[in-house]
Design a protein around this ligand. Sequence first.
Ligand SMILES: C[S@@+](CC[C@H](N)C(=O)[O-])C[C@H]1O[C@@H](n2cnc3c(N)ncnc32)[C@H](O)[C@@H]1O
Length: 217
Amino acid sequence: MVRGHTCGETISPVPHYFDTDPLAPSHPREVVLRLPEATVRLHSDAGVFARGAVDSGTMFLLRRAPSPPLDGDILDLGTGYGPIAVTLGLRSPQARVWAVDINHRALELTARNAARAGVDNVVAATPDEVPGSVRFAAIYSNPPVRIGLALLHPLLTAWLDRLHPGAVAHLVVHRHLGSDSLARWLAAQGFGVERVASHDGYRILSVHPRPVVGDDR
Ligand SMILES: C[S@@+](CC[C@H](N)C(=O)[O-])C[C@H]1O[C@@H](n2cnc3c(N)ncnc32)[C@H](O)[C@@H]1O
């Protein structure tokens, strides 16, 4: 998908990292993901998010968010070239990590990066490829805020409503990209929201499932 600006008679496509099939010619790069426990080399490419270096918000999430559950299904919503998914796969080798994106180039990179890191429990998938029956033991995400709130809000609620009761989602969002208003909006939808860490304008929001209507437990 390429969105376009119209300017008189001409249409100039505006590329985004969240295009499904980036038009930018492939221009692979290697980026280094330095975790406390390991250093992992990942491939990025033109047309994917943060191709030049692992994003600072992503690094903050990986350093400060609570450890992932040891097993079950874990979601990286908007995986890009996979820094979060690969880390989750390394940290929880018994879990199944769903690395979900709409950008096909990003998904190919994630699958290759997981294999290159020796991680065999990451499933790179489009949203439609995740069976509807799957429920998540945790979600970790640097979400695609730039798609706009009209798309972001339903995207988040759809996936957050697939958390197991008692499971938690950890989202990193910068203050300048609306982290505080997003926290308020999620709380207004009935989710439990805590800001668990904050640094350089980045917030990690921990989001707890909203009560299921008609569930008297
Ligand atoms: C801010 S980037 C984060 C990428 C990666 N997790 C990282 O930390 O480098 C958000 C990602 O969400 C993806 N995305 C956009 N819309 C999406 C959707 N509807 N469903 C899943 N992923 C989406 C984008 O393609 C992009 O790769």
